[in-house]
Design a protein around this ligand. Structure first.
Ligand code: NAD
Length: 380
């Protein structure tokens, strides 16, 4: 019997993405996988039901039946308690789970004896690159953040020479040059702005420069394990703040993307630095979800302080739902190659490095140690 994969409609408010797009559904059904898609699941991302049907998917209107009949449920956001309630024990659920912020949901999946894989826990090794939803979705977020910044900025971004005079190019500063930051830099550069980038990882300098931007150098190497940043010492933080403050005061648009996995986002732009900015300047804080890189950011809101607009958008990939879903689906298709055999049956051994690292819940146990510890401490 072929494996049945279910793709429900996302229920998180504001979530427009869908886990699988018709192009990927078609490849899966052709390879012998049965795909059931909730009617309307792709509507908000630009994929109508008819395209899923043409790709060989079965359209299902009853969510409970959709969950209850699946061997694998593919989602963008982790399942809600209600969704867990509809799912049979032993069902595999794959999504971005944000476990440390959703301990109660993790506990529900444990009690329901689901098998949950959290895509954000994938190791960032070469073999996992095609499955890396953090990278694909950060690409969408960085691009959108730059468009928001350009839209709020009262200036042209490029230099213009017109009969009505010469316009100087706007200055864009990108703090944090990971995947999202580099995409913001590339987008700002294409729009003709003068772009500066900064990151605590020295290795990011080469990438920033290769995109035509200037890299702000600080004589610190804060690269930690796995290519991520480590936390800075107090003295390093002071030096960093002085250098960043100078660049901040001079910028027309600032995009902040600095993050340290599993921790609150570092504050890079303090209140007094905002006061030193020119009125009309803009900050788009991509770290709003994890506390914000700007002290004045209000998650999900746009505020104006001393004439400076500070935007703290949430779930930016969802604002580019067509391509963000397309990339997410491609990531899932790649991840499924680890869960399914060539004969399209479920693998029973999760010892593969990628599966083992991303396995969050299995057979009534929270297998991801940091999450299990948080739950044991009374988090859920
Ligand atoms: P992230 O979202 O965790 O962080 C964004 C950026 O913020 C990072 O570049 C980080 O160095 C920076 N940052 C943290 N603290 C800062 C501070 N105080 N000031 C300034 N910047 C600060 O990171 P990410 O975008 O997910 O990627 C991080 C790194 O991992 C990048 O080098 C990326 O290329 C690499 N990566 C590797 C793979 C792989 O498969 N090998 C895949 C994806 C990403």
């Amino acid at each position: 019997m072929s494996v049945r994969v279910a793709v429900p409609t996302e229920v998180t408010p504001g979530e427009k993405r869908v886990a699988l797009v018709p192009e990927v559904v078609q490849r899966l059904t052709k390879s012998g996988v049965e795909v059931a898609v909730e009617a309307g699941a792709g509507t908000s991302s630009g994929y109508p039901d008819a395209l899923y049907a043409k790709a060989g998917a079965q359209l299902v209107s009853d969510h409970a039946a959709l969950y209850g009949s699946a061997a694998i449920v593919l989602k963008v956001q982790g399942p809600t308690p209600e969704e867990v309630g509809w799912t049979k024990p032993g069902t595999i659920v794959v999504a971005v789970m944000n476990p440390s912020r959703n301990l109660d949901r993790v506990a529900k999946m444990r009690d329901a004896k689901l098998t949950a894989f959290a895509l954000e826990l994938l190791p960032r090794i070469t073999r996992a690159q095609s499955m890396d939803v953090l990278s694909s979705q950060a690409t969408a977020a960085g691009y959108r953040a730059m468009l928001i910044g350009a839209g709020l900025c009262p200036k042209f971004l490029p230099m213009l020479t017109t009969a009505a005079g010469t316009i100087r190019p706007a200055k864009v500063l990108v703090l944090g040059a990971g995947v999202a930051g580099l995409m913001a830099i590339a987008t700002a550069h294409r729009m003709g702005a003068l772009v500066e980038g900064y990151d605590v990882r020295r290795a990011a300098g080469e990438q920033v420069r290769s995109l035509g931007a200037k890299f702000l150098e600080l004589q610190i190497n804060a690269e930690g394990a796995g290519g991520y940043a480590r936390e800075l010492t107090d003295e390093e933080k002071k030096q960093e703040q002085a250098m960043v403050a100078k660049a901040v005061a001079d910028a027309d648009v600032i995009i902040t993307t600095a993050a340290i996995p599993g921790r609150k986002a570092p504050v890079l732009v303090r209140r007094e630095m905002v006061s030193a900015m020119r009125p009309g300047s803009v900050i788009v804080d991509l770290a709003a979800e994890t506390g914000g890189n700007c002290e004045l950011t209000k998650p999900g809101e746009q505020v104006v302080v001393d004439g400076v607009t500070i935007a703290g958008p949430l779930n930016l990939p969802s604002q580019l739902p067509f391509n963000a879903s397309q990339m997410f689906a491609k990531n899932l298709e790649s991840f499924l190659t680890l869960l399914l055999t060539k004969e399209r049956t479920l693998v029973t051994d999760y010892s593969d490095e990628i599966l083992a690292a991303s396995l969050l819940v299995f057979n009534g146990t929270v297998t991801h140690k940091p999450t299990a510890e948080l739950i044991a401490k009374g988090g859920a």
